[in-house]
Structures are given as structure tokens and as C-alpha cells.
Design a protein around this ligand. Structure first.
Ligand code: SUG
Length: 444
């Protein structure tokens, strides 16, 4: 029986916009107020999924969430019909209005933390939707994420979808963006690395200027709930200077796949002991690709998003880096990638540079857009098949986007009730394409 890493990519919603909602996320702040192109964004995302599928990898789709969320605006005191609510919110609090339109669930690496069945005591795949409490616009994604995951992974003899952790700062959790699993092979027990920005029991452990979005308490609770073997679980703290330079999630500065770990030397507060802690349970078999300050500074990691590449194992057992175009355009970063590819001591053989520019402008690179779920053949066949990408599904989704998505979305348009209705109607059609009836609150 084979075991696969299946990438579940967030399908980019028709409401994709730039609102500057994430303090500490430099791209989001710098691009606030720009006019977005939801159609181009969704096609770029689908193009990435197709590239991975064509490389022979398993690919799936996570549907976007119901936005704009007018019920959220109603719960915050706006009254009247849809037009009146949108108009009032636009006049009184345009940032709040934009939050209720945000397409942020596209960044599926923040949807949940996933532990494959090879790592868990009850041999089920465990997932914990991330509470995303650090930013208002993402803080209620977990409700719909939980619903969607429970529909897609409905068989509770094979899957355990936990509730999100309590929505409180002590348990601030951003999901798989702060989690890397290392293993000899996907079906073997893995070492799970949980990365946090702050330990609230350790004064002074967090960043100074920007929010530390993940706590140690959250990591520990997830490891307990997922029934992980403590000897195969490692906790590490992000370097506070990295967070303050714009590394709001660890996947902006480190990535891993199988027994390969690629990171910048300024990623962690304690790099040396971390490598020993990770290598020991793997029998010493950990291959590191470390970028030094002399290769390129922290700042280049943040602007190029190199570490937000997807490091994947191809069917021929070599590895490929699915990198954002921005990392090809930075000569120091490109030279580092070329050296890593030429180095015969690691399995990295190729890089593919993709344009996910619309998402990048909000701080979301290739790896942000996907949730990795390691599944055996048996678990994969117990997964809802309507979301597994095939050529016909890809064609259908591209057609649906081409026909319906707006080419432009400017901040002023977020008060338009006709556009709001149109975005919801598109989702109705999507649930027919993905065979997920009653996915959305408006359908129940
Ligand atoms: O949470 N940006 C997202 C980007 C998430 C990237 N994910 C990973 N690194 N895994 C965030 O900061 C910006 C939305 C706006 O400003 O309109 C935003 O939510």
C-alpha cells in the first residue's frame, strides 16, 4: 500500500482583495488599498495545482469560505438589508468591511495542523483547525474549515478532526505554517517539529515590534490531542529578530520534506541544538540546506519568499523546489538555489518558478497556498473524491473562474450589494462542481 503527500490548495475566492489587515506581514501592509485581480489570482492558484498534478503528485482543492460574511457584519450591529449594511460599514469602518470580504482562507497552510496516521497512537489522521486568533479577519475561518474538513474526511474510523483550540491569546495557533514533519519515508513514523513565536510562561520570549502569532501552549496542546509520541516531537522557538523582520509564520524562513530541512540561519532561537534534536530520532539521517547571512540576509528571505517554496518528492525520488518567481528575480537567492541543486549531497534536483503574484502581494507564497496531508491509498480512497484534482476538474474550475470572477476589485466596490450577491451565487455553483452540497451556511 502506497502513502502519498497530498497537497490541498485553497481555491482563491472571487473576493480576493488588498486591505492591509495583517500587522507584521510586510507585503500585506505595503500593498494595502491596491486594486486586486481575483480572476488572475484564482487562475495563478489553479495553475500551481495543475503544475504539481502534471509532475505526478496528488493534488486536491479546498473550497473558499462564504465571503462577504454579512452575518458577521449583522452580529457587529449593522442593520437593514444587504445594501444598507454594506453602505453603513463602508462609511463607518471600511477596514472591518474589508475583513468581512477577505479571501484569506486561500492560505491553506493556516487551515489546520495535520499529523499522519503513522505518527499517532490510534493510527488515525489527526487534524486541528487553526484558531487564527491573531488577526480579526481570520479569526472565524476555523468554523468553516472544521465543517469542510469534516465533510472531506468524514470517515471517523480513519480521520479525527478536532475542534480548534480555545480562541484566546494563550492558545494562538496558525496551523501547518508553523509545523514541519521529517521522516525517512512518508509511511514511516515522522518527527514532528512545532515552531512557536512566544512562550507566554517565558517572559521576553516573543518578538518586540510585530505580533508573535503562535504560542508554545498551542503547540503542546495539539501534540497531546494528536496522540504523538513525545520522543518524536520537537518544539522550537522562532528567532524574535526574524519575526520583527517580517517572518510572521515559520514557513517564511524554513521548509522541509522527508529528511531534508532547508532554513535560514536566523530562523530559530537555538539552531544547533534543534538540528541534533531532529536528527536523533531519524537515526542521524537529516540533510540540512542552511542559508547563511553571507548567502543572503534575512530581508531577502522575506522579499523573495524562497523558504515558502514547496519542497516535494517527485515520482523518481528526487526533489523539486516549487518556488515563487520572486526568488528567481533575486540574484543572491537564485545563486543559493543553483548551488543547492548542484550539491550532490542533497536530493534537490530542480526548481520550478511559478507566478503567484496576486497572493504574494498579501504575503502568501506557494507553500502558504497548500495544506499537506499525508494519506495512505486506503485513507485517500476514504477521502471525498469530489475535491481531488483531475484534468476534467481542473478544466471545469478554470471555466468557472473565467466565466464568473471579477477582473478587478477596488476597496470602493466592497459596498456593492450586487457584487456581494454574485460572489455568493458563484459559491453555490462551486458546491455542485465539487459535489459538496450544504457546504456553506447559506445553503443550510
Ligand atoms: O495571515 N495575509 C495572510 C498571509 C498568510 C500566509 N500564510 C503562510 N505564511 N502560511 C496572513 O497574514 C493579508 C490580507 C490583507 O491584508 O488583505 C493576509 O491575511
Amino acid at each position: 500500500m502506497a502513502t502519498h503527500e497530498v497537497n490541498f490548495d485553497g481555491l482563491i475566492a472571487p473576493t480576493h482583495n488588498y486591505a492591509g489587515l495583517s500587522p507584521g506581514n510586510v507585503a500585506s501592509a505595503n500593498n494595502a488599498g491596491l486594486i486586486s485581480n481575483p480572476k488572475a489570482a484564482a487562475l495563478q492558484g489553479l495553475g500551481k495545482m495543475k503544475t504539481l498534478m502534471d509532475l505526478g503528485l496528488k493534488q486536491a482543492v479546498l473550497p473558499p469560505q462564504q465571503r462577504p460574511d454579512l452575518d458577521m457584519l449583522r452580529s457587529l450591529g449593522f442593520k437593514g438589508d444587504d445594501g444598507a449594511i454594506l453602505q453603513q460599514a463602508h462609511a463607518e469602518d471600511p477596514t472591518l468591511l474589508a475583513a468581512c470580504w477577505s479571501a484569506s482562507s486561500m492560505w491553506a497552510a493556516n487551515a489546520a495542523t495535520v499529523s499522519p496516521s503513522a505518527d499517532t497512537k490510534d493510527r488515525r489522521v489527526h487534524m486541528t483547525p487553526a484558531n487564527l486568533v491573531s488577526n480579526f479577519h481570520r479569526s472565524w475561518e476555523h468554523r468553516s474549515t472544521t465543517d469542510a474538513l469534516r465533510m472531506i474526511f468524514a470517515d471517523d474510523s480513519r480521520f479525527m478532526i478536532h475542534d480548534a483550540l480555545p480562541s484566546q491569546a494563550r492558545f494562538a495557533d496558525e496551523g501547518a505554517a508553523n509545523h514541519i514533519r521529517f521522516c525517512a519515508a512518508h509511511d514511516q513514523p515522522g518527527v514532528e517539529l512545532f515552531v512557536y513565536g512566544v512562550d507566554r510562561d517565558e517572559p521576553g520570549s516573543g518578538a518586540r515590534n510585530f505580533p508573535s502569532r503562535q504560542t508554545r501552549a498551542a503547540c503542546e496542546a495539539i501534540a497531546r490531542n494528536h496522540q504523538l509520541d513525545p520522543t518524536m516531537t520537537v518544539f522550537a522557538r522562532q528567532h524574535p529578530d526574524a519575526i520583527d523582520a517580517g517572518v510572521f509564520h515559520n514557513d517564511v524562513i524554513a521548509t522541509g520534506n522527508a529528511n531534508v530541512f532547508m532554513y535560514h540561519e536566523q530562523a530559530f532561537a537555538t539552531s544547533r541544538s534543534l538540528m541534533t534534536d531532529l536528527a536523533a530520532p531519524l537515526g542521524g539521517d537529516l540533510i540540512v540546506i542552511e542559508a547563511h547571512d553571507s548567502d543572503f540576509p534575512l530581508q531577502d528571505a522575506v522579499t523573495s519568499y524562497l523558504f515558502n517554496s514547496q519542497l516535494v518528492t517527485l515520482p523518481d525520488e528526487t526533489m523539486a523546489l516549487i518556488a515563487p518567481l520572486e526568488s528567481k528575480n533575486n540574484p543572491r537567492v537564485k545563486a543559493f538555489i543553483d548551488r543547492a541543486i548542484a550539491d550532490p549531497t542533497n536530493p534537490l534536483n530542480t526548481a520550478k518558478y511559478l507566478d503567484v503574484h496576486e497572493s504574494m502581494r498579501n504575503g502568501g507564497g506557494p507553500a502558504c497556498l497548500r495544506l499537506r496531508v499525508v494519506l495512505s491509498d486506503d485513507e485517500l480512497s476514504a477521502t471525498h473524491q469530489g475535491v481531488i484534482l483531475t484534468d476534467p476538474l481542473y478544466d471545469q474550475l478554470v471555466g468557472w473562474v473565467e466565466e464568473n470572477y471579477p477582473d478587478h476589485l477596488a476597496p470602493d466596490q466592497l459596498r456593492d450589494p450586487v457584487l456581494a450577491r454574485g460572489c455568493i451565487d458563484m459559491l453555490d455553483e462551486l458546491t455542485r462542481i465539487l459535489d459538496l452540497p450544504k457546504l456553506y451556511p447559506f445553503q443550510r
